[in-house]
Design a protein around this ligand. Structure first.
Ligand code: ADP
Length: 482
């Protein structure tokens, strides 16, 4: 079948988080199965830097707005591993410093930017090739599903084309003022609580949930959680209504990119059979964070994360004074909300011998943290799928996580120490501290620890299995609409 992905991120060109990894790896796996797969992403400034002069596929696609048209060019991002990438070029909207926001807040025209992206993919598909199914991701392209069933309702080529929406994070929904309906040429009778209206805003993600043929999210647990008030962020009602079409599919991992036996970003290669290289990676990591003279008995705790409330940094801040009394050092790589950049910077200043923070997005350092740490800490308040804990398993870096969403699905703590990591349930920094103490206790028993590392390294989270599940969902929605 022909599957068209529309997304706001795709690694390696445009990435802020796990969405980009999924939109890069899932299409390649589907292509391996023999499907024709195309991926559309915006031609952001950052993409243009990496791919300066791609060939033009469609010179001008007209996207109408109430009092003007915008003209989009579709560029050829190349065919790699069976996946055809297209860039949607609209310099007025995408040639900017960042993807979504400035430090002072979201771009005010995000509704227009991502509304245009969704329509451009529909329009381009009419010329380049109508797919059997569209696969859209998060609020940024959720409107594609809405457009298909509204302003494109009478278009004969899309009549039988379904859309699947994947929710990578229900905490970001794309809330816009009601007048956005007119801006995107949508009729006001769709601005009701059972369609696009949500607490007097227009909600892109909600629209996608209502109009997509199937909805998926990135772990089984999160699929359950988002149907509750605690995690649904106001969408739990509409998600419960659609529970028959809602599926949790745990994200896979791209082991071409995340494998200590082949990783080109780390100081030495290693595997479960020969862990010697991990020591070298640990030394290299400590050096990269400016630590000297740290012995083997000191546990290196690593964190790689967007700086956002979701990720539970307040838990770390709350217990740090106690935590530094243990024989540990902490290395943190991340960027995002200024508040957390400051807070974590202050924490590092207070404990310079124990805590180091690098505030940036840096893929190479991210790999070094995965390889060189002993423990990977992910105390997320909620975590739809989470990739870093799965990477950690492969790198023999034992995860300590909060038992939520994908973290709960992937990390297993056994009372007799037989699992692959440590987890805590309570929404409580002390519960995290307890889990860390349990991990540090096991760390001191080298034999038990090595066995736990090896159990994690032996686990297989490759994309084949989840990609098969997506395939079944595509088949189901295509059949339902034919
Ligand atoms: P989320 O998508 O919520 O940010 P995930 O764990 O699903 O969380 O995915 C995060 C991805 O982004 C991982 O590939 C991780 O390595 C990467 N990442 C996050 N922050 C950084 C950073 N500061 N530098 C490099 N990579 C990062």
């Amino acid at each position: 079948m022909h599957i068209v992905f529309a997304a706001s991120e795709c690694a390696p060109w445009a990435k802020t988080g796990g969405l980009a990894d999924v939109v890069s790896a899932l299409p390649r796996t589907l292509a391996k199965f023999g499907h024709k797969v195309s991926v559309f992403i915006p031609y952001y400034r950052q993409v243009a830097k990496a791919v300066p002069d791609p060939p033009v596929v469609l010179q001008s696609v007209t996207i109408p707005f109430p009092s003007y048209n915008r003209f989009v060019t579709i560029l050829d991002g190349g065919l790699a591993e069976g996946v055809q990438t297209y860039f949607v070029d609209c310099p007025e909207l995408f040639d900017r410093e960042s993807f979504y926001a400035t430090p002072s807040g979201d771009y005010p025209d995000n509704a227009e930017r991502f509304g245009l992206l969704s329509r451009a993919v529909i329009e381009a598909s009419k010329v380049i090739g109508v797919p059997d199914v569209f696969h859209v991701h998060d609020w940024q392209t959720a409107m594609l599903a809405v457009f298909l069933r509204s302003i494109y309702f009478f278009d004969p080529v899309f009549r039988h084309v379904p859309a699947v929406l994947t929710i990578h994070n229900a905490g970001y929904q794309g809330w816009f003022p009601p007048r956005t309906m007119e801006k995107l040429l949508l009729p006001w009778d769709m601005f009701t609580f059972d369609k696009l209206e949500h607490y007097d805003t227009m909600n892109f993600l909600k629209g996608g949930i209502v109009y997509a043929d199937a909805i998926t999210t990135v772990s089984r647990k999160y699929a359950e959680e988002i149907q509750t008030a605690e995690f649904g962020n106001g969408l739990e009602g509409i998600l419960r209504q659609r529970s028959g079409d809602l599926f949790g599919i745990l994200n896979g991992v791209d082991y071409d990119e995340w494998n200590p036996a082949t990783d080109s970003h780390i100081a030495a290669h290693y595997s479960a059979d020969n862990l010697a290289g991990k020591k070298e990676c640990r030394r290299d990591l400590l050096h990269a964070f400016g630590f000297e003279g740290i012995g083997d008995d000191t546990a290196v705790i690593g964190v790689v994360s967007r700086f956002a409330t979701q990720k539970g940094f307040d838990f770390i801040v709350a217990v740090i004074d106690k935590l530094v009394e243990e024989d540990i050092v902490i290395v943190i790589l991340g960027n995002g909300e200024e508040f957390y950049e400051r807070l974590l910077g202050e924490m590092a200043n207070r404990h310079p011998d124990k805590v180091r923070v690098q505030v940036k997005f840096d893929n190479v350092i991210a790999h070094k943290v995965e390889a060189g740490s002993d423990i990977f800490l992910m105390p997320s308040r909620y975590e739809p799928g989470g990739l870093n804990q799965i990477y950690s398993l492969k790198y023999g870096t034992v995860p300590v996580v909060r038992a939520t969403g994908g973290l709960d699905d992937t990390i297993d703590e056994q009372p007799n120490g037989g699992g692959n990591g440590f987890k805590f349930w309570g929404y409580d920094p002390l519960a995290m501290m307890d889990a860390l103490r349990r991990a540090l206790g096991t760390f001191r028993n080298k034999k038990e620890w090595t066995e736990m590392m090896k159990r994690g390294m032996a686990q297989d989270f490759s994309w084949e299995k989840p990609a098969k599940e997506y395939e079944r969902i595509y088949e189901r929605v295509i059949q339902n609409r034919s």
